[in-house]
Design a protein around this ligand. Structure first.
Ligand code: PHE
Length: 341
């Protein structure tokens, strides 16, 4: 009978002890214990043809090898198991003392955030918040504000008509400015008052500094002796608080049918003037003393009362504040843009 080639078997034992991974170990185990071709299996089978003395001797020998191999395979398998348990302990274990990953909080969009600060600043100056609908009558949006149907000022503000019957009290329009809130408020309240109102407005415009939908905030202050100087003081305080203490801006004469005299305010663009597409100055507001016709239209006696009104473009002020060259960025919902503020 074939005697086990001890040197080869020693070699196998070494291979088991140094098997690099479980599949290699499985293959070695198969090589030794395999049912048909396993070395040990074949050697055991051979015992059948041996003489009784030989069988006892060789049998004992083979049994010892069997035990040695079995133990070696088992031990090596344990090594692999504890190695993978070890990595579980370091990589996948839960360390309850670690700080949690930071929570990602959202925040208000630039526009509502700005509008909140508008309410806050004007609230401190004693202004009450008023409001009006985005769908307005032609009467409130234009006629009562001294803009009759044939007035050229309508061209710059002509907008989205919802109905067109020819009756200004019935015809509806998406409001082109927040000024119709003046008309609503003055018809319903007796002076003196100071109010602030804001919201969405609509015009047929679209480019880097015009959007078909944009936001305005506007103030109206009416009393016995409210002057242009009061208006400048209030506006200056608001501009500085809403943009920057060192903001540069200028008042220049401007025309709006609902004020007399009328002015416009420009702010100096703080970033690259070429990128602003408007040059050094961006128009941010219209203002003036409420036109006597408007007071009369709304049931207030202009001989007894006078006041000012001003309206700001919200997006444009934020553009100046944060040096945003294109106002369309406000509406694109790009988190990379919005999360910067
Ligand atoms: N309503 C004007 C506009 O949208 C701005 C304005 C408001 C001007 C109040 C004067 C007074 O352009």
């Amino acid at each position: 009978m074939a005697t086990p080639a001890t040197a080869a078997w020693d070699d196998l034992l070494k291979k088991i002890k140094s098997a690099p991974d479980a599949p290699t170990l499985d293959a070695l185990e198969q090589e030794i214990f395999g049912r048909k071709q396993g070395l040990l299996t074949l050697a055991m089978k051979d015992l059948g043809s041996a003489t009784p003395e030989e069988r006892t001797k060789r049998g004992t020998e083979l049994n010892r090898w069997k035990q040695t191999f079995t133990e070696a395979v088992e031990r090596r398998r344990e090594d692999f198991q504890s190695a993978s348990l070890g990595s579980l302990a370091t990589e996948d274990a839960l360390d309850v003392t670690l700080p949690l990953p930071p929570k990602r909080h959202g925040h208000l969009h630039l526009i509502p955030e700005f509008i909140r600060s508008v309410e806050d600043i004007f609230g401190r100056m004693g202004f009450e918040v008023a409001s009006g609908p985005e769908i307005e009558t032609e009467e409130n949006n234009f006629n009562l504000l001294n803009i009759p149907a044939d007035h050229p000022a309508r061209d710059s503000q002509d907008t989205f008509w919802l109905t067109r019957t020819g009756n200004p009290k019935k015809d509806m329009v998406l409001r082109t400015h927040t000024s119709p809130v003046q008309a609503r408020y003055m018809q319903a309240h007796k002076p003196p008052f100071r109010i602030i109102y804001h919201g969405k407005t609509y015009r047929k415009d679209a480019d880097a500094t015009h959007s078909p939908m944009f936001h305005q905030f506007e103030a109206l202050m009416v009393g016995k002796d409210i002057s242009l100087a009061n208006m400048k003081a209030v506006m200056t305080a608001a501009i500085r608080e809403l943009t920057s203490k060192d903001a540069t801006f200028r008042f220049r004469t401007g025309f709006f049918p609902f004020v007399e005299p009328g002015l416009e305010v420009d702010m100096r663009w703080q970033g690259d003037a070429a990128a602003s597409r408007e040059g050094d100055w961006l128009e941010i507001a219209g203002c003036g003393m409420v036109h006597p016709n408007v007071l009369t239209n709304c049931g207030i006696n202009p001989k007894e009362w006078q006041g000012f009104a001003f309206g700001f473009g919200v997006e444009r002020m934020i553009m100046i504040k944060h040096q945003i060259p294109d106002l369309r960025a406000f509406y694109q919902g790009d988190l990379k843009f919005l999360a910067q503020f």
